[in-house]
Ligand binder design. Structure first.
Ligand code: MSP
Length: 659
């Protein structure tokens, strides 16, 4: 019987729903996704948790401002987060929302335990309070200004439940000392140790000034303070307290990935709560740095938000993953700029990985009928490349283990560069047709394909979608993600393997155009939701009968429709369907069968050879029992909607994209 796999439980912070997701949130989630994929390859049974933090004052207020109930408000933003992670292809295993009943139950259970163990007492909070923002203000000076709205505060006295955090000063310091791996990176650890050494005050963990929260059991005028509620999500999602077996398997978490601004909550309050409840502590808290956008903090009021969707839609989700993990040292602050993103895309992805893959695979296709050649005798050049691959494997593993993604990628890209250099110096394309030369060509191309296979495996955690494509083109079964990393060796590419269908990988983009498209999509995304569409004005008497233009869509809606130039290869009528023609259309990468409702207006013979506009990413459907895989674009003219095929003013290349 196969041994059970060890578990690996990784979490991101749960995101506040009072703001929409931007690349800062995406950054943490994609880093967690990368670790999850890497750990899966290392043989772990991975559980990857993310979710949304939905209680608290700000949410209550935002919903009120929109005139909707808090639950309708949070449903909408939670769905936006969930949808984004799906669009980006993240392998989220569990998604938790703090408004779920199971979570309220977990929070109440946890704090009941803590209370029973003697670490909760009722008391009064006395201090400055901002009525406008309904929040406590730390500055104790009488009349201090609220840091949010700068209005003068009032002194209030409010009944609260307090957690006896002070009792955990020594236990926490001991714990940090005994478990240096608990808190990373080092700089954050030192910061936390110095904060705790400065003394810990008891912590107010309930509020009576708001309703949108989890009620305190048995004293329902109190709701839990949003952070005591939020941190508990990591337990709820692991099955606490009812699913005992599952909870015992998953808890403690292997790593909580967080941004550095919330380290205190995770490395001080959270372990103290767990100690107070007698539960084990997470194995590691890793705090990464902040992502700036054009050297500034991203914020709605500055108007400098960058979201993930435009990048994913213009360059692909893998490009965003690669850029953020390659450009910024994980753990330190870093800058995002569209210029740097597109420059790296072209240099590292299009010219780097994309070029190595296309050079190697095209030459194998051409010279070896699409089968991986058999390598002959090794020369020092092959030995050297194999050595580079060994180094890349060892380095990538070492750096992934330390979440040093940029260094892992550097090591993998050093192998790509070495393979490129190898091809350039060995020049397989310059060899002639003699048996010896063909044999030598086989050796070179096998070697370069083997380097590509290794790159695919090593880069998979960061570039899941594109390495899946290359893997399939290399004729490999499964996906890189379900290969056993530890069994990875140089030399396993089997000669004779039939290559799969070639797929476009990181086509080069025009820098200015790509930046403009990303910017335009972002502007659309940041526009407030459109008010309900006004009724279309009635057409003036005698005006042309063109239909009113329908509601405006965002550019990203348009770019979802992929249109290309196609060339009709064959056309025939369909028996029993007098309006339909069955066409085969070359769209550049393949020949498609498409049905078009134009039989009453076009003779089939007259269509063959014509270039038309084709929507190529429509889901296939059957028309009169005949499969149609795409749509031909035509104008609907006159009252009967006579189709007139769209054409081009100049001769255009088959497969060119319409924009
Ligand atoms: N809801 C709390 C977390 C509760 S966890 C029990 C919260 N939410 S948040 O929406 O503000 O998200 C915070 C997290 O999003 C950060 O810790 C970080 O992981 C990520 N980021 C948000 N903006 C970011 C940047 N500009 N840069 C890097 N990460 C950022 O705090």
């Amino acid at each position: 019987m196969a041994a059970t796999k060890p578990k690996y439980y990784i979490t991101t912070p749960i995101y506040y729903v009072n703001a929409r997701p931007h690349i800062g949130h995406t950054y943490t989630t994609l880093a967690a996704d990368t670790i999850a994929r890497y750990k899966q390859m290392r043989g772990y049974d991975v559980t990857f948790l993310t979710g949304t933090d939905e209680h608290g004052q700000k949410v209550e207020r935002s919903a009120k401002k929109e005139g909707i109930s808090p639950i309708d408000f949070v449903d909408r933003v939670a769905a936006e987060y969930h949808g984004l992670w799906q669009e980006l292809g993240f392998r989220v295993d569990r998604f938790i929302r703090t408004t779920e009943t199971r979570h309220a139950h977990a929070v109440q259970h946890l704090f009941r335990e803590i209370q029973r163990n003697g670490y909760v007492e009722k008391g009064y909070y006395e201090g400055n309070y901002c009525v406008h923002d309904e929040m406590y203000v730390e500055d104790p000076t009488p009349g201090a200004l609220c840091p949010e709205c700068h209005r003068p505060t009032e002194v209030v006295k409010e009944e609260n439940y307090f957690f006896k955090l002070g009792k955990f000063e020594k236990p926490l310091l001991n714990y940090y000392q005994e478990h240096p791996e608990f808190l990373e990176p080092e700089a954050r650890r030192n910061e936390v140790i110095s904060f705790v050494s400065g003394g810990l005050r008891d912590l107010s963990i309930s509020r009576t000034t708001l309703k949108w929260g989890i009620p305190w059991p048995g004293d329902e005028k109190h709701v839990f303070y949003v952070w005591s509620d939020a941190l508990t999500n990591y337990l709820t999602a692991a099955g606490y307290p009812l699913k005992k077996e599952e909870f015992e398997r998953l808890w403690p978490a292997d790593v909580h990935l967080v941004g550095k601004e919330i380290i205190r909550f995770h490395a001080v309050y959270w372990p103290a709560f767990l100690m107070a409840a007698g539960l084990p502590l997470p194995k590691k808290i890793f705090a990464h740095g902040h992502l700036l956008f054009q050297e500034e903090k991203m914020s709605k009021s500055r108007g400098n938000i960058q979201s993930a969707q435009p990048i994913a839609r213009v360059l692909g989700a893998d490009a965003l993953r690669y850029f953020l993990l390659r450009e910024i040292v994980f753990g330190q602050d870093g800058n995002f700029s569209r210029e740097a993103l597109v420059a790296r895309y072209n240099s590292d992805l299009a010219n780097g990985l994309g070029n190595l893959a296309s050079r190697t695979l095209t030459m194998i296709e051409k010279n070896f009928e699409g089968r991986v050649p058999k390598p002959g005798e090794e020369t020092p050049a092959e030995k050297a490349l194999a050595g580079e691959a060994q180094t890349a494997m060892a380095e990538a593993q070492k750096h992934y283990e330390a979440f040093a993604f940029s260094r892992a990628l550097e090591a993998i890209w050093a192998l790509i560069a070495a393979a490129d250099k190898y091809l350039t110096s060995e020049q397989p394309w310059a060899l002639g047709g003699s048996p010896d030369e063909q044999k030598r060509r086989g050796t070179i191309l096998w070697t370069s394909a083997e380097a590509l296979r290794i790159v695919c495996l090593l880069a998979h955690p960061v570039l899941p979608a594109s390495t899946n494509k290359v893997w399939a083109t290399l004729g490999q079964s499964g996906t890189p993600g379900n290969q056993d990393w530890d069994a990875l060796r140089w030399g396993q590419l089997a000669p004779g393997t039939r290559l799969g269908k070639t797929e476009a990988l990181f086509p080069r983009v025009d820098k200015t155009e790509a930046i403009e498209r990303i910017e335009a999509m972002e502007n659309e995304l940041q526009k407030p939701a459109a008010p309900a569409a006004a009724a279309a004005p009635a057409a003036a008497p005698g005006a042309a009968a063109a239909p009113a233009v329908s509601e405006k869509i965002a550019i990203e809606d348009f770019t979802k429709v992929e249109m290309r130039v196609g060339q009709i290869k064959t056309a025939e009528r369909i028996a029993g369907a007098d309006k339909l023609l069955k066409l085969t259309v070359d769209i550049g990468t393949e020949i498609r069968q498409i049905c078009a409702g134009i039989a009453q207006y076009y003779e089939p013979e007259a269509l063959v050879g014509r270039k038309v506009a084709v929507v190529v990413n429509l889901a296939p459907r059957k028309l009169r029992g005949v499969e149609s895989n795409g749509m031909i674009v035509a104008a609907a003219v006159g009252p009967e909607g006579r189709p007139v095929l769209a054409g081009f003013l100049e001769d255009v290349e088959v497969g060119a994209r319409l924009r």
